[in-house]
Design a protein around this ligand. Structure first.
Ligand SMILES: NC(=O)c1ccc[n+]([C@@H]2O[C@H](COP(=O)([O-])OP(=O)(O)OC[C@H]3O[C@@H](n4cnc5c(N)ncnc54)[C@H](OP(=O)(O)O)[C@@H]3O)[C@@H](O)[C@H]2O)c1
Length: 251
């Protein structure tokens, strides 16, 4: 995996490497007693679109991919909505052996746990993730999934009448799987739900130097928050005209 360097504009100017920067995230010690420390990672176009022709892949560049993968390598678990998993055809979280080895060298499991939540129980069993014998996936859903998969699937029950299902799911991840640092990769519906339940600690946002028009989807979709959610910049990086902002979600 080649090193990808960024121009750091804030807090102090300099050159930084994505793996080094994210490998050193101090968030580990910040896990809440009853839920993981949660980082959301999104890319959007300069006109605020989270997808182009239905997918997010084309928006990001090498810098975005470097941060995406460095975050995956660093965290205990990766959470994505069922639609995102289906649309982006999720496979195993660390597909490159080199990344798994490097991660294991830091004393972590080879690969982060994959997690998803659903109320309907409609899980995209056909995606490569569930066909991978090495994958471990936590499914939070009202009914127990009964499907033969190559992947190891673990079930966390959700009460269909639970008014805060995501809080319940986050508690289970911390309690039953010792997930301290959790990366949410979207999509906009799940991210909005997590924000509404006050479960997000940081947002990593790539602002792609591209205009998309078309798809109206932003990085959040859902009813408005009761109040505007303030953010604070923790760092700002630039590479090839893309901007990479790390925000703290503040109370
Ligand atoms: N730009 C980016 O960085 C980025 C990142 C990720 C995704 N995307 C794009 O976003 C699109 C998908 O996003 P999306 O917003 O449509 O879907 P999503 O957030 O990926 O998944 C939505 C589904 O997740 C489950 N879910 C969400 N909130 C829940 C809650 N509070 N409790 C229980 N289950 C919950 C529901 O499943 P059930 O319906 O089964 O109950 C819901 O239908 C794709 O086009 C993808 O390419 C963009």
């Amino acid at each position: 995996v080649e090193a990808i360097t960024f121009n750091r504009l804030l807090p102090e100017p300099g050159q930084v490497d994505a793996l080094e920067l994210i490998g050193a995230l101090e968030a580990d010690d910040s896990a809440h007693p009853d839920r993981p420390y949660l980082i959301a990672n999104f890319v959007c176009s300069a006109d605020g679109r989270a997808t182009y022709k239905g997918r997010s892949g084309g928006l990001g560049d090498d810098g975005d991919r470097a941060i995406f993968h460095a975050l995956r390598e660093r965290v205990d678990a990766v959470l994505a909505g069922t639609t995102t998993m289906r649309m982006e055809r999720y496979g195993r979280i660390l597909s490159k052996a080199e990344r798994r080895v490097r991660r294991a060298e830091t004393g972590r499991s080879d690969e982060p746990l994959a997690c998803t939540v659903t109320r309907s129980g409609e899980i995209p069993w056909e995606i490569p993730l569930f066909c991978d014998a090495d994958a471990r996936v936590v499914v939070c859903s009202p009914s127990e999934p009964h499907v033969d998969t190559e992947a190891e699937v673990m079930w966390e029950p959700l009460d269909p009448d639970d008014p805060t299902p995501l809080t319940t799911a986050m508690r289970a991840l911390r309690r039953d799987y010792d997930v301290r640092l959790l990366l949410c990769e979207g999509g906009p519906t799940l991210f909005a739900g997590l924000l509404a339940e006050g479960l997000v600690d940081e947002l990593f946002l790539t602002l792609a130097p591209k205009l998309a028009v078309g798809d109206p989807k932003a990085i959040t979709t859902g009813p408005p928050l009761p109040e505007l959610q303030p953010l604070q910049i923790r760092w700002l990086l630039e590479r090839d005209s893309s901007l990479f902002v790390r925000y703290a979600v503040t109370s």
